[in-house]
Design a protein around this ligand. Structure first.
Ligand code: UDP
Ligand code: MN
Length: 300
């Protein structure tokens, strides 16, 4: 298998969701910055998978032609069949969509925001993959990020950074009121802060092997967890990973904040000013900026 030659020489596999982009110039511009910076810093060629509709694929090809010099040295572009995959994902995540969705119904199209949860089932040919938002800016080599898979302990199946705002302090407020000494929703370094899914390291092999993970995906389990933690979210996969981490902390390798430095500060002026910095602080060289909630990324 040419993709998995000598250990350490493997080309990183990277998935980016880029859909409904046709009339969304803001999204197109964010995606351009994401891929341009990704390739600018990368020391290795990348297998880039796009999860998008037909129109978005054309836009991706145009943008990549524009920003990637020597494309054959830098990447192989692959398009994933979004309809087929979303159908499969929907079958697996249908039950959790009602607990972690913005909209009331468990819509089929909405299942895309749950893709990572079922990625180990719907992408049987991949061992490991990095999944990225399209509103990032790289300031480091993605090979270094890929190497962090080696830091996972035996039990870890997913690498993910903490949420940089007190989002989950808020979401878990009922549980926290009933459990005064809990770590649930507390800030770093000791709290179970909750996660942000803008940068994900998915060890698909270990996800497939994990008895715990796959049993939780079966019916009824999510319901039990949402009740135990009095949880109602609207942020898709990151809500699921967050809730899961409260019960099974060991499944997750906590990525350093420098690999997903979120810039959104919405919660600062919505009742959490006094604790905001405990969550927001991130020291060291920023490897990836994440312009979440439409926050502009500073010129580097
Ligand atoms: N996305 C997309 N089309 C859309 C909206 C979102 O492809 O119309 C993808 C894109 O990869 C984006 C991700 O979904 O980065 C998550 O959305 P966003 O980054 O806007 O959420 P935030 O990070 O602000 O919570
Ligand atoms: Mn984002």
């Amino acid at each position: 298998d040419s993709l998995h030659t000598a250990e350490g020489n493997e080309k990183p596999h990277v998935i980016i969701t880029f859909t409904n982009a046709a009339n969304n110039y803001g999204l197109q511009e964010k995606f351009r910055i994401t891929v341009k910076s990704l390739f600018r810093f990368s020391s290795v060629p990348i297998n880039l998978y796009i999860l998008g509709d037909e129109q978005s694929k054309t836009i991706v090809s145009d943008i990549l032609r524009d920003v990637v010099t020597n494309p054959l040295d830098k990447m192989e572009l692959l398009h994933l069949d979004i309809n087929n995959l979303t159908k499969k994902v929907h079958n697996i995540v249908q039950e959790m969509q009602k607990h972690f969705s913005y909209k009331p119904g468990a819509y089929f199209s909405d299942a895309l925001f749950f893709f990572s949860i079922a990625s180990h089932v719907v992408l049987p040919d991949l061992d490991r993959v990095i999944m990225l938002d399209a509103d990032l800016k790289f300031n480091a080599d993605i090979k270094q990020l890929w190497n962090l898979f080696e830091k996972f302990s035996n039990k870890c199946i997913i690498g993910i950074a903490r949420e940089n705002q007190p989002v989950y302090r808020h979401t878990f407020h009922m549980y926290r009121n009933a459990n005064i000494r809990t770590r649930v929703g507390d800030p770093p370094p000791d709290g179970l802060t909750g996660f942000n899914s803008g940068v994900l390291l998915l060890d698909l092999d270990k996800m497939r092997q994990s008895k715990v993970y796959n049993s939780v995906l079966k019916s009824g389990e999510i319901e039990k967890l949402t009740q135990k933690y009095m949880f109602k979210g609207h942020l898709g996969d990151q809500d699921f990973f967050t809730l899961l981490s409260m019960e099974y902390e060991d499944l997750f390798y906590v990525l350093p904040c420098t690999w997903n430095r979120q810039l959104c500060q919405w919660w600062k002026n919505h009742g959490y000013e006094s604790v905001f910095d405990l969550y927001f602080r991130c020291e060291g060289h920023i490897n990836i900026y994440h312009g979440n909630c439409n926050t502009p990324i500073p010129k580097l």
